[in-house]
Design a protein around this ligand. Structure first.
Ligand code: ZN
Length: 468
């Protein structure tokens, strides 16, 4: 790791400039906006929204025909509420109509950056971002990190598995990470030996924060606690978690192991950085100056406290607009404002990705952490993964510390049946290691059923978390 001053003032700004990203300038632009009045924020949103929708209508054959079919045009957007009149799109549109969605001509195509989602949720999707959007996304991310007293000079650990970050040109990336004061740790095959090396690196580098998949941070935290490693003298300011579901038990375990608060981030490759938790509240501030976030239940907005699907409209995409993009992720509108005083709107912690929920025979969605609870005190359990194959059939893969250690199958099954409300067929499998997603995520609960389900407006979710 190198001098933080150097990274702050020289290498990071230079790196961004060489990539054609004016991130530092964008950061100056966005850094005061989290204190804008609600009126200022809404005026900004409406202005950007009009621009985005008009441009999409005029330049994209996909959006023009979708809007025409729905009988709406840019002139119908008189207030932010009017956005709900425009049609929804989802990942399948992005896969099939990517080129027709573009709003840049051939001459401007060089601004586009081809990206792909990691494919952890099924089929990989290719889409286009652009340099302006990327710079702006990082700017709001740095704004959120600044809430924790951090900036881009600080030493940090990046516990990540995406092949996109870990592949190709290894040496170049290594040098680049060194110059940016970030240590990249792989979330693949998190064996004890590898985690021991991460702890050694932690002692050596003393990172100020870590940015990790929730599941990977949780695995590392469990290892630290099991090995009774004392990290209290090396406590970071915060552990940022993202990408997969952060269950309350996981948050508590990570906080205990690292002697640090956990802050959840919500974002995705296609949507970018969308929302971050601040130090004062347990809700997430939406970066409403770059994205309009709607929570949709059925075909209407979710009521306060009601579960809704997150639908995004990007305000900073220059090349490929995303207008009312269904994410498949679920949250509730938070009630009230955050005690920190930042005016960016808040949502409750992300309650689930539809993929992380299971469904019982009656079609009720059940939070995966109701299942995690049933595994909580199994002795000698190292790692596990629960797979819902059918409505009443689960497979539980378990890595046990000792192969002779008995598994309390009946106890676990009874608890799971209680969560489901009906009998289950549960198969327990002892495995050497649990399978990791293509992206390097360790999803603890996988359902083969709920992936494509749309949240009905009257859905009741069993085992819903207490709102914190
Ligand atoms: Zn706040």
């Amino acid at each position: 790791m190198i001098s933080e001053w150097l990274v702050r003032n020289v290498t990071y700004p230079l790196h961004e400039r060489l990539k054609g990203q004016r991130t530092v300038e964008a950061f100056s632009r966005v850094s005061g906006r989290d204190r804008w009045s609600p009126e200022e924020l809404m005026a900004h949103q409406l202005d950007r929204l009009r621009h985005t929708i008009t441009r999409a209508y005029e330049r994209s054959s996909f959006y023009r025909s979708r809007f025409d079919e729905a009988g709406v045009s840019p002139g119908d957007l008189r207030s932010l509420d009017d956005l709900a009149r425009f049609p929804l799109i989802d990942k399948s549109h992005l896969r099939r109509h990517r080129e027709e969605m573009l709003v840049v001509g051939d001459a401007e195509r060089s601004q586009l950056v081809k990206m792909r989602t990691s494919g952890s949720t099924g089929e990989p999707t290719i889409f286009y971002s652009d340099r302006q959007r990327i710079a702006h996304e990082w700017a709001v991310c740095w704004r959120a990190r600044s809430w924790w007293g951090l900036d881009w000079g600080d030493r940090w650990f990046w516990l990540w598995g995406s092949k996109i970050e870990l592949s190709s040109r290894k040496l170049v990336k290594k040098i680049r990470n060194r110059l940016l004061n970030r240590e990249l740790l792989s979330s693949y095959k998190m064996s004890d030996a590898l985690m021991a090396s991460y702890v050694r690196r932690w002692r050596r580098c003393r990172p100020r924060y870590m940015y990790a998949y929730s599941s990977s941070a949780y695995l590392l935290a469990r290892y630290i606690l099991e090995q009774e490693v004392d990290l209290s003298p090396l406590a970071p300011r915060v552990i940022f978690t993202t990408a997969d579901q952060l269950y309350p038990q996981m948050r508590e375990t990570i906080e205990r192991a690292f002697h640090s608060p956990v802050a959840e981030e919500y974002g995705s490759r296609d949507g970018g950085f969308v929302a971050h938790e601040c130090p004062e509240g347990r809700s997430l501030h939406v970066h409403a100056d770059r994205v309009v976030l709607e929570l949709v239940a059925g075909d209407r907005p979710a009521a306060p406290g009601e579960l809704g699907e997150i639908v995004l409209t990007l305000l900073d995409a220059v090349g490929l607009p995303l207008i009312r993009f269904r994410t498949g992720d679920l949250a509730r509108p938070a009630t009230g404002s955050c005690p920190c005083g930042r005016s960016l709107p808040v949502i409750s912690s992300i309650e689930g990705r539809q993929l992380d929920m299971v469904q019982n025979r009656e079609g009720q969605l059940i939070h995966a952490f109701a299942l995690l609870d049933s595994m909580e005190d199994v002795e000698g359990l190292h790692q596990f993964r629960i797979i819902q194959e059918e409505h009443d059939r689960l497979v539980v893969e378990m890595v046990m510390a000792d192969e002779d250690q008995p598994i309390p199958e009946e106890v676990v099954k009874t608890r799971m049946e209680k969560a489901f409300g009906h009998p289950l067929r549960v198969e327990f499998r002892r495995v050497e290691s649990v399978q990791i997603e293509g992206s390097g995520k360790h999803r603890l609960v996988v359902s083969r059923i709920t992936g494509s389900a749309r949240v009905p407006s009257d859905s009741s979710v069993v085992g819903a978390s207490p709102q914190t």
